[in-house]
Structures are given as C-alpha cells and as structure tokens.
Write a protein that binds this ligand. Structure first.
Ligand code: ARG
Ligand code: ZN
Length: 870
C-alpha cells in the first residue's frame, strides 16, 4: 500500500468553486487507445482566483488550454489536476488518452466482449477525462464519437442523435446531445455491433418515444420480456406517480461484463445482460420478475436520480432508497403484493440486519466514506426503501404523492439532499417528521419489545411497547426513533377485534416515539391474539413472547397474507433456536406434531394462493437462520436446516405429492397465476427429493427431462443436488452439455454446485474454476461460483479448518488488482468475524491480515479490512 486512502466526511460538504455548464466531448475510439477531447464551459462561483481542481485517474494527459491558449499553469497531484491563474469564466480544453482494453476494473470506459461501454457511477468518469467528478456539477453534454464502422456500427450516448456521417478510412461518426443538464456519473457511451429490438411508447400527453433495446447478435429471441417490462414501467410511473418520460428516445444496452445490476444513464441505460435476456428455456420465473423489477428501477431513476440528483454521495439513498421503494411498488402493483413484500422482508432480515451487525454498519445516509463503491449496500438501498415506506405508511398514499409533487416542483433540474426530500414530505402533509429524520442518521436495527396485559373485568387490553437500538460498529449512542407499528387483534376464533379507545376507533398504525410506551384498548371482549408489525411496518426486530398456539392461529386466520407467512416464520424461529441449542448439546432433534400440522394445513388449504403457500413452505436459508443468533454456529445451523427439511418431508410426504400432482401448468406462460403454481409444485418437489429414494430419483429425472422451461428444469436439478440424489451427476452433465456456451445459463449451474451440501463442495468449486465456461474476468461468473460458495454456503465457507477462508484469500489476492469492486463485495462474509466463535475468529483474522499485507491493496478492500480488524 503506497499511501493510505483518505476518508471523506458528510459534514465537510462544500459547494465547488467552479461549475461546468456545458461540455462537449469527443471520443476517437479504439479498444487499445482512445483519445478524449473535452471542451468545457467553466464558471467560477467561489473566491476569485481559486484553483480549479479536477479529478482524473489513470489518464495520460496530452494538452490543456484555456480559451484556446495552451495553459502552462497546472500541476498533477496524485489523482488531482490543479489548474491555476484562471479567469472567472472560461473554456477549458483537455486532451487525454485512455486504454479501454486494459481496463479490467470495469469502471470508466472498458471492453465488454467486443463492445465498448462505460460505467461512471459513482466516480468512474474520472477514468475517462479530468473533470469535476461530483454529482452537484450539472452540465449539458454533447458527445461526438468516431470509430471503425465494421467493428462498431452502433455509436450511442445520452440524449438525442443530432448528426452523423461516414469518413474515408472506414470510420464513421455520430453526435449526441442531451438537453438535460446532468452530473457526469450519468454519462454513458456504448459502441458495438448489436441486434436491436425496436418499439415505441406514447406518453400520457401524447408524445411518441422511440424505444431501442440492444443485445448481442443472436439474442433477439431473448429481448421481448425486457421491452414489455419497459413499457409497463413507463405506463406505471405515469399512473401511480404522474411522472412522464422526457426525451424522444430511450435506449437500453445489455452487456455481459458488468460490476452490478444496471445503470440509469440518462436516455441510455446500460444493463448487466442477466437483467435483460430471457426466454422460457434459459430464464426462470424469478429471472423474469427480476428483469421486470430492474428495468423498472432504472427507468424510475429518470425522475428520482436523474431529473433530481444527489448533492453529494452521502445522499445516495435519496435516489436509491426512493427508487427501490418505487420498484417494489411497481412489482407489487403488477403482481402479488404480499409475495413481493415477503421477498423484501427476507432481504431485510437475512442481509440488511446482518450488515447492521457487521463492521460496515452505517446509516442509510452514511457519515464517513473511504471508497464510495462500498456504500451501494442493502442498507442504503433496501433499508433506505423501508424508510420511504414508513413515510408512506405515516402519510398515506395521497399525502405521500403530494409530498412527491412538491419535491419534484422544488428540486427538478438540481441536486438535492435527503433533508430536502423529508422537508417536502413534511410540508406537503403537515405531519411533524422531526424525530423521523433520525432514521437517516442512526444506524442499527432497533429491537421493539412488546408485552401485553388483559383485564377481563374492564374488557381492557394493554400493549407495553419499548424500543432499544443496540450499539453498532460505527455508532454507540442511539436515540429513540419514530416507528410506525401496525397491529391487529384477533379473538380465539380468529375474528378481528376492532381497535377502540374511549368509544372511538383507533388507527391500526401506532406511533412509537418514546423508549417506553403503553397503549390501551377498550371493548376487548376476550383475551386477544395480537398481530404485530403487520406488513413489516418498520425495519426492526420484534420481540414478543408468542406461543405456538397464537402463531398457528395467525397462520390460519390473519386477514393479510403477509402476516400468515410471518407467523409461520416466527413459529419456525422458535424451533430453530431450540434445535440449535439441542444440537450443540448433542441432543436429538424433533419437531412437534402441531408444528408439522400447521404446515400441513398450508398444503391442504385450497383457498390459499399457491404463490403464498410456496413462500410459507420455503424454509429460511441458513443465512436467515443465522440472524436469529448473535454468535453463529454454522455447522449446527446447517444440521438443523437439514433436519427440518427431512422432518417436514417425512411428515408431509402424502400431501406434498398430492399438491405436486395437482399443480401442473400445461404450457409455459409468464403469468402470476402460473408462476405461483410452479413455485408451489417445485417446493413440493424439493421436499419430495428428500423422501422415498427411488421415487425421488424418478421424479427429479422425469421433471428435468420433461421441462420445456428453465424454471422446472432448474428446480428438478436443484432438488437432486440438495438431496444429493445419485442422478445429480447425470443431470448436471446433461445441463453442461446443452448450455456450456451460454454464460448466463451456466451461472445457475455454477451456483447450484457451489451451494451444494456435499462434503467436498470446496474441492468441487476449485475444480470448476477451470471449467470451460468459467472466467475470473466476468463478474457474473465470479458471483455465481465463488460468491455463491462464500456467501451462500455458510457451513462450507466457515469450515472449522479454515479452508474456506484460505480459498477466498487466494481469489481476493487475484481480484484485488483486477477488479476491486467485485473483490470488495466478495470479502463481506470474511469481515463479519465477530459473529463467530474464537477459533473461527482467529482464522478469519489471519486471512484478513494476509490480505491487508498485499502490495497495492485497493481502497475498497482497505476500508473493509481495517474496519474488520480495528
Ligand atoms: N445506480 C445504479 C442502480 O441503482 C447502481 C450503480 C452502482 N454503482 C456502483 N459503483 N456500485 O441501479
Ligand atoms: Zn438505483
């Protein structure tokens, strides 16, 4: 490590001394060497004579001039270019050279296969040219691209194509102009050869927008669903939020090499092909729904992110939390609201709560950052969305939308802060959000403890609610938060008892604001069963001493489907906690009959939505189970997980088979009803794979061979691998033979094996590094194989001999220089050492120390490792 990376603090924000109103960029494109000429209109807005300090990394500077005159008054200070003796307003011309083909970090301009593309968020633009690379500098971009016409027939950038032509030497050029001022992180350029799916959309006000979807040649048969999703997104944003698209063209490009999901560049979204390409044979139902969600997410950024952007990167959740909330609502409006909610909550409980308990704990609006790329987290995104959802709960749809309108009216065309957003919500609704704002600055997972009292004489029921947020790695002191607690009461017959106080109806959402509060309800005729934190009305852990009887009642009678699922989760949690304790004491495991019966009831309930039944029957993953414990015993959790599966498989064998047989879908259609049926049928198959052996083999093999779609094929092979059926080897080989040329499809195959419960899984993962379809250059492959092992197979990764840790160190040593962003995501399970026993902690610490000693340790890894060891 040559120099220690420096931290930046939110409180140090200062407006820049200069801004750039217009920039004209010229790219003379070649994969090896690209020349960039940037002509910027710069205007001083700070003290006269201040130096202009531009960001630039790994650039070869050729020339600088001011107002057309070569300018000698500059110096390079590490990643900064300092220009001095400047007038108050001027034209700055910078010429520099970059090398896209050498760019393995996939940030800035790089090669994805044969195409050239860019990724600039958060701070990638400085890898393209020297610039004020910060989101509060908004300029109008004009981009001229010149490139070889055969290699790069399509030359794309933001905005509208305003000119183009051919040149004598086989090269051609185009000019794009984006009329909307934007920060440079929203800049995009793509050059390559593609197949194009074209369509159009007429906005509510009657403007016609051309839609273009660019995919690798030969992939046109996998582009339809993304296009459909785009049109649905455009329509939905108009109807639900009243927001309309603003340019004449909207383009999406799918690329195979991409560090994350997708990017909302103005008018030219660039996507990981994983979130675009789908046809029945290659993509699962889950893939289809993810594509719909991510297409929506990036499209919705056009308003929440692009038209209104962030003042600084500490405000990231301003656009991401809000846009995730919007994509969640989009998916819920198009499909099943409860099933979507369950998915969101599983991410919160399984991943976000774990982040809060990790060395990387941070508020949704972080205060201190070394590497911004490290803060594209479940906290900023998913918890950020939960915070928006709480606002929505407190205000209601109407006032929330009034707040949105005020926010847009005030901040359109500018860079805003989280406080600006809450101000708009507060002023449009008249609701006091002073205490609520703490959600932005306080990290950690609050624990909400609820105890109750019933007085039969008075017919009075009391809820005693207390809140406490345990200290986190980044913050010791915690204050009480404003927590919306949604509740309902049931009588023993499962009927709702209306909430009343002093002869008045009381709202279902209680405002928890103090450390300790009591709520009294009158006219309660009998001892009620409370349904608490309905719909996960706040991102907190609930502590209420539910009995099995109360939970089974809620499983059957709760008026909303989410609460039924949640009751099932709580019931399982009780037995997971108990069983892990028994395993550690060497006692045998059992599941009481009434628990198995509650799940039997789900299988037998013909009125239950199959999609919901599937969710209830899906056990929490080992990672989700781990979050029930402060110190995690991965081996015991694995054993309990396996035992629970086998137990339910045995107890419910007949019902599982009956439901499996009853839920066949004749032809593959991506319809919510069918998706639900397939999910239910496939979870049945999963359990059946652990049942009677010969039948299990027959069923998995038959379903795999009969499947005309990836959902059913993958479910069959997954069941075989999970239950370690002897047919797994053949099925895996057949899959490989058919799909080895297709990286996206093979990712499923890699993941399946990396997540296998087999004892030799690490050896298998190591040998798959040499598979013909694997490459350490492609982030999707890395995540599918290595990420699935280290983050998705905790009992193997945390093997007591430290072999999992040593493996990850080898991989990270390689990726540290090759692709720091991907490396930094992969290291997560290793930095969470405090959650494990002393022996594992020692091994993890040793692994981290090895990495810390690497020459050229990236800032990304440095930030996480120092936090973990600190
Ligand atoms: N803004 C993009 C999105 O939410 C993600 C960009 C992630 N950037 C990063 N450096 N990790 O869709
Ligand atoms: Zn986003």
């Amino acid at each position: 490590m040559t120099q220690q990376p420096l931290a930046k603090y939110r409180h140090d924000y200062r407006a820049p001394d200069y801004t750039i109103t217009d920039i004209s960029l010229e790219f003379d494109l070649n994969a090896d060497t690209t020349t960039v000429t940037a002509v910027s209109n710069v205007v001083g807005q700070g003290p006269a004579g201040a130096p202009l300090i531009l960001n630039g990394e790994e650039l070869e500077l050729l020339a600088i001039s001011i107002d057309g005159q070569p300018w000698p008054h500059y110096r390079q200070e590490g990643p900064l270019l300092v220009i001095e003796q400047l007038p108050g307003a001027f034209t700055l011309t910078i010429i520099n050279v970059i090398h896209p083909a050498r760019n393995s970090a996939l940030e800035g301009l790089y090669l994805s296969g044969d195409a050239l593309c860019t990724q600039c968020e958060a701070e990638g633009f400085r890898h393209i040219t020297y610039y004020l690379d910060r989101p509060d500098v908004l300029a109008r971009f004009t981009t001229r691209i010149t490139a070889d016409k055969t290699r790069y027939p399509y030359l794309l950038s933001n905005g509208n194509r305003i000119d183009g032509g051919e040149m004598a030497d086989g090269r051609h050029w185009v000019v794009w102009q984006d009329p909307f001022p934007k920060p440079c992180y929203l800049f995009a350029l793509v050059a390559g050869d593609f197949d194009v799916l074209r369509d159009s959309f007429t906005t509510r006000s009657g403007r016609e927008v051309a839609l273009e979807l660019f995919v690798d040649r030969g992939n046109l048969d996998r582009a339809d669903w993304a296009m459909t999703s785009l049109k649905q997104s455009m329509r939905w944003d108009e109807t639900r939020f009243g927001l309309e698209y603003d340019l004449d063209i909207f383009m999406i490009v799918a690329v195979d090499f991409f560090n994350m999901g997708a990017m909302e560049n103005k008018g030219l979204n660039v996507f990981n092909s994983k979130y675009v390409l789908a046809r029945a044979e290659t993509a699962t139902d889950v893939d289809y729904l993810n594509i719909e969600r991510v297409i929506g997410h990036e499209y919705f950024h056009n308003w929440t992110g692009n038209r209104i952007t962030c003042r600084d990167w500490f405000q990231l959740s301003l656009k991401e939390g809000l846009t995730v909330f919007r994509d969640q609502e989009f998916s819920a409006d198009l499909g099943s609201r409860p099933v979507n909610r369950i998915g969101n909550v599983r991410v919160m409980r399984g991943s976000q709560f774990a982040e809060d308990a990790s060395p990387m704990a941070h508020p949704i609006r972080p205060d201190k950052v070394i590497e911004m790329n490290n803060f594209y987290t479940v906290t900023v995104y998913e918890k950020g969305a939960e915070v928006i959802r709480m606002l929505h709960t407190l205000l209601g749809e109407e006032k929330f939308q009034a707040g949105m309108r005020l926010y847009v009216e005030r901040h359109d065309g500018s860079a805003a802060t989280c406080d600006d957003f809450v101000d708009a919500m507060e002023q449009a609704s008249g609701i006091d959000l002073a205490q609520f704002r703490r959600w932005y600055s306080q990290s950690g997972t609050p624990v909400l403890s609820v105890r109750d009292d019933y007085n039969p004489e008075l017919g009075q029921y009391q809820l005693h609610v207390s809140q406490m947020t345990p200290p986190t790695a980044d913050q010791i002191e915690k204050l009480p938060l404003h927590i919306p607690l949604d509740i309902e009461l049931y009588d023993v017959e499962g009927r709702v008892i209306p909430l009343r106080r002093d002869g008045q109806a009381v709202d279902n959402v209680l405002n928890i604001t103090d450390s300790v509060q009591t709520f009294i309800f009158d006219e309660v005729p009998s001892l009620p069963v409370p349904s608490l934190l309905r719909g996960f009305s706040a991102p907190v852990k609930l502590d209420y001493p539910y009995s099995d009887q109360q939970l089974t009642l809620l499983m059957r009678f709760a008026t909303d489907q989410f609460s039924r699922w949640d009751a099932a989760q709580s019931l399982l949690s009780i037995y997971i906690r108990l069983s892990v304790a028994r395993v550690t004491q060497g006692q045998p495991l059992t599941l009481p009959l009434h628990v198995a019966d509650a799940f039997r009831g789900v299988l037998l309930d013909a009125n239950l939505d199959p999609a919901l039944a599937a969710q209830i029957l899906t056990l929490p993953s080992e990672n989700e189970m781990a979050e029930l414990f402060s110190i995690i015993d991965p081996a015991a959790i694995h054993e309990v997980h396996q035992a629970l599966i086998r137990c339910l498989a045995t107890e419910l064998a007949d019902e599982l088979l009956a439901v499996y047989l009853a839920n066949k879908t004749p032809v593959y259609r991506v319809e919510h009803e069918d998706i639900g049926k397939r999910a239910l049928r496939n979870i049945c198959l999963f359990y059946l794979a652990f049942g009677e052996h010969d039948r299990a083999v027959r069923m998995a093999t038959a379903q795999y061979h009969a499947a005309d779609n990836m959902t059913d094929a993958l479910a069959a092979i997954s069941a075989a691998v999970a239950a370690r059926l002897p047919c797994q080897a053949t099925l895996l080989a057949e899959f490989d033979e058919r799909w080895h040329h297709d990286g996206l499809v093979m990712d499923k195959w890699f993941t399946l094996q990396a997540a296998s419960p087999a004892g030799d899984v690490l050896a298998q993962v190591k040998s798959l590094l040499n598979h013909r379809s694997f490459s350490l250059n492609n982030p999707n492959r890395i995540r599918a194989l290595i990420g699935a092992f280290s983050a998705g197979n905790p009992s193997a990764f945390h093997a007591a001999d430290g072999s999992g840790y040593r493996f990850l160190v080898e991989i990270l040593t390689e990726l540290n220089t090759r692709n720091p962003q991907v490396a930094s995501r992969l290291i997560e399970p290793l930095i969470r050492l405090r959650r494990y026993d002393e022996a594992r902690q020692a091994l993890m610490r040793k692994a981290l120390a090895t990495l810390q000693a690497l020459p050229n340790l990236s800032g990304d890894l440095y930030e996480k490792i120092t936090k973990a060891l600190g």
